[in-house]
Design a protein around this ligand. Structure first.
Ligand code: TMP
Length: 237
């Protein structure tokens, strides 16, 4: 497998073509952004940690039968994935109130939600990823509503798998964001990354934040926190 031209560069990753038209290499950068790129910093080694965490989580999800783009980890900063066209609808699942949910609805941070809440956002930095419902998605032609239903269903399955996985590490899965894509043969798969950049994770006892909120709100050393998280996830049991 040979790495070829750059296809796309996002805020935290670069996607490269390969000599196989249906496969891409995803390269994890150290760039760390928040608030749609307004706050930006390079945090040495973050890409290595996020590739390791993302790979570990995608391996678990593949094993559990969730359709994903992930094929394998190639190197410290690279994973091999199926080539997809990303659907511009982000799916967020919340188990506890935090972030924009707390701001929007006034429910205090940390409140346990009676059942997992699934939300959809338009992936559009310029418009600050607005919350969209099925009617918006249809009107704005962002995605096929049958795909969105399937994405929400998969997101809830992912939530159950990851909640249990993190609980075994004494970590609460507060919320997370997923992105989906379509392979050239039209198959819907989970794509992008699943890392502390895209999840909120709290120590179950101390409620210490183990995710990008540490960077968003200047709560400490992000690299240290991400390293601690990776170590806990790699422990047996
Ligand atoms: P929110 O509370 O800011 O809406 O974020 C919900 C979850 O989605 C949280 O785990 C962080 C993640 N997220 C992203 O991965 N990318 C984004 O652009 C945003 C806004 C949130």
């Amino acid at each position: 497998m040979e790495k070829r031209e750059k296809l796309y560069e996002g805020k935290a990753k670069i996607v490269y073509a390969t000599d196989e038209p249906d496969k891409v290499v995803i390269y994890f950068k150290d760039d760390t952004t928040a608030f749609d790129g307004v706050k930006k910093e390079e945090i040495g080694g973050k890409g290595v940690i996020n590739n390791a965490i993302s790979s570990l989580i995608f391996e678990l999800l593949n094993k559990r039968g969730i359709p994903t783009h992930y094929i394998k980890k190639l190197s410290a900063r690279e994973m091999l994935a199926k080539r997809v066209e990303i659907i511009p609808v982000e799916v967020v699942v919340r188990n506890f109130a935090s972030g924009s949910f707390t701001r929007r609805y006034g429910i205090p941070e940390g409140t346990k939600l009676e059942k997992p809440l699934v939300e959809t956002f338009w992936k559009n930095d310029e418009l600050h990823d607005p919350l969209v419902c099925a009617e918006h998605i249809e009107l704005l032609k962002l995605a096929d509503l049958r795909d969105v239903e399937e994405m929400k269903k998969i997101a809830l399955q992912v939530n159950e798998i990851l909640k249990a996985f993190f609980a075994a590490k004494n970590i609460l899965l507060v919320d997370f964001k997923l992105e989906f894509g379509k392979t050239p043969d039209g198959k819907l798969v989970l794509a992008d990354e699943i890392s502390p950049d895209s999840c909120r994770l709290w120590d179950a006892e101390t409620k210490k934040k183990l995710d990008k909120d540490v960077f968003r709100h200047d709560l400490g050393d992000l690299r240290e926190v991400y390293n601690e998280l990776l170590k806990r996830l790699q422990e047996e049991g």
